[in-house]
Design a protein around this ligand. Sequence first.
Ligand code: CUA
Length: 342
Amino acid sequence: MLRNRPTMRVPALRFARERPVVCLLLLLLALPGIAACSGTQSALDPHGPVAESITHTWWVLFWGAAIILALVMGLVFYAMFLDPERKAQLPHLPFLIGAGLVFPTVVLTALVVFGTLVGRDITRAHDDALVIEVTGHQWWWEVRYPATTDAPEVVTANELRLPVGVPVEFVIESADVVHSFWIPNLGGKVDMIPGRTNTLRLEASRPGRFRAQCAEFCGAQHSRMGFIAIATDADEFERWRRARASAPEASGPGLARFDALGCAGCHGLGGRAADGGVGPVLTHFAERPTVGAGAARNTPEALRAWLTDHGARMKPGSLGPAERRLDDADVEAIAGLLEQQR
Ligand code: CUA
C-alpha cells in the first residue's frame, strides 16, 4: 500500500482509478464534436482533390493518434491496477526500448514519408492552370483575373469565382500586414506576406459556395475578413468572366453624390479606376454575396446600414472614413447607384 501512496495524491489519477468508466465516457463524449465539422467552411468537407488529400491526411493522423492514445491509456490503467509485486517482476528494459524507442521511430518515419508524398502531390504545378491574383488588405480582398489570349482582365473585390475541374494557381500577396488566404473546403491555407509572392494551387471538383476566411490575425477586423468562393461549371465561369469584362453604366444623381462625397478617391466604379485605389472596387457590387468583405449578407438593409457610417458599426475599426456619416438622402442615392452595378 505504501508504494501506491504518491500516485493517490494526484487528484486526477485518483479520480481515474476510482471511476475508470466515467473517464472513458468523457473521452467518448469529445468525439461527436468532429461530426459538426461539415458545411461551407470546413476542412473536413472537401470539394476538391487538394482538400481531399488534406482531409485524408487529417483522418489518418486522427485515427493513428486515437489508436496510440487508447494503447497508452490501456497501459496506464493496467499499471494503475497491477499488483506492485508483479510490476517489479516485469521486463522493464525491453519494454522501454520497444515502446519508447522503436515504436515512435517507426511511426514518425512513416508519417514523414506519407506527409512528404501528400505535400508533393498537392503542390504540383499544372501547365493549364487558371491564374487568379489575390491581394489581402485590412480587411478585404482584391481579386484580379489577368488577361489571357481570349479573355480580358477582370478586377473585382471580396468575391471569387472559379471553374469546376480546372486547376487554379492563386498568386497571393498582401498590401499591408500578414494575412492568410484560406478556402477550407478546397484546400490548405497560405500566408499573404507584404513584399513576397506566394502561390497556392487548388481545384474545385464540384460546384458550390464556400466561405473563405483570413486565417492569420491581422488586426481588429481579422474575424470579419472573409468572402464567398463560388465554384461553377466551366461554361458558366466563362460567361461570368465575359460579363465582368464590361462594366455596367454608372449614372444619375447617385454618381454625382459619389463624386461629390469623395467616394471615387478610394473606390473604382462602373469601369472607372479609383483615384487612390485604397478601397475595394465597386463595379458589379450588386452581384457580390456580401457587404463589407463577409461582414453581412448583401441585402438592401445591410447595404444601407453600411453606408450610413461607412461600416463603423458593422465592422468597427475598418479603415474607411467612419466619421463621414451620410444623411438618409445620400445613403439612398449611393445605395441606388451600387444596386445598378450588376
Ligand atoms: Cu486578414 Cu486576418
